[in-house]
Design a protein around this ligand. Structure first.
Ligand code: UTP
Length: 225
């Protein structure tokens, strides 16, 4: 099975968590030994947002803000790739095509952002579609997708599953801006729905959740059908 795993910056990089990154590297190596091919897409987290705030103070355009934030996600990717060597490539691809070439030689490739105007969610969905991978797993700082924003509504409840239309209705219309914080970015939500990408959103603070999800255990929120 081929998997794209998007690890939220909110999970491993807010602040940077070397122990959790090491835990991820152990689990990912295990999966690689079992024959899985994995493209990991890391977010820039707090570091990306600090850079965006500074770029704003310097009166920079949205595109410039995005470009500096992309570098943050790439540094996080490098850190995970180094922890995973030699299983993973230590070259961090700048494009999905480049990732595809590296995946021919390595079972694991780690990458960050690619271009302004999106988040690494969109990178991860585009990669799943372009590479024809089986599933996208998003490891985030919540237990899954909730019926309303749990940071504002204490009575919000987690959804076990969501179909593509429901996903698009919930997230597809949110307006994009640098550093946007929603559980799934609007462009990514539209792409998941358009290409019918099987997606699992789960709590990334417990990396063992990834293994459980792959085994078919119901965990987080499944987006399908
Ligand atoms: P990230 O995708 O790095 O966010 O995008 P994150 O920290 O992982 O998010 P959470 O908290 O875990 O959900 C951060 C910012 O980086 C820029 C955008 O400004 C985005 O909001 N970015 C990232 C791009 O412009 N292009 C990319 O391909 C990736």
């Amino acid at each position: 099975m081929n998997i794209v795993l998007r690890i939220g910056g909110s999970v491993i990089a807010s602040p940077l968590n070397p122990w959790l990154i090491l835990e991820y590297s152990k689990i990912l190596e295990k999966l690689s030994l079992k024959g899985f091919k994995l493209l990991i897409v890391t977010g820039g987290g707090e570091f990306a947002r600090i850079l965006i705030e500074n770029a704003k103070i310097m009166n920079m355009s949205q595109e410039s803000q995005d470009r500096v934030a992309i570098q943050a996600s790439r540094v996080v990717a490098q850190l995970l790739a180094e922890a995973l060597k030699p299983t993973a490539s230590v070259t961090i691809p700048r494009r999905i095509g480049e990732a595809s070439k590296l995946l021919k030689k390595h079972n694991i490739v780690v990458m960050g952002g690619i271009k302004p105007g999106m988040t690494t969610d969109t990178v991860a969905v585009s990669a799943t579609v372009k590479l024809g991978f089986d599933v996208l797993i998003k490891a985030t700082n919540r237990d899954g997708i909730y019926d309303k924003d749990p940071s504002r509504y204490p009575d919000a409840s987690k959804l076990d599953s969501l179909n593509f239309k429901e996903l698009k209705d919930m997230f597809g219309r949110i307006h994009y801006e640098a550093g946007l914080k929603t559980i799934i970015d609007p462009k990514a939500a539209r792409l998941i729905a358009k290409h019918r990408v099987k997606t699992i959103v789960l709590n990334g603070f417990k990396p063992e959740n990834i293994e459980l999800a792959i085994k078919g255990v119901k965990i987080g929120t499944l987006i399908y059908g």
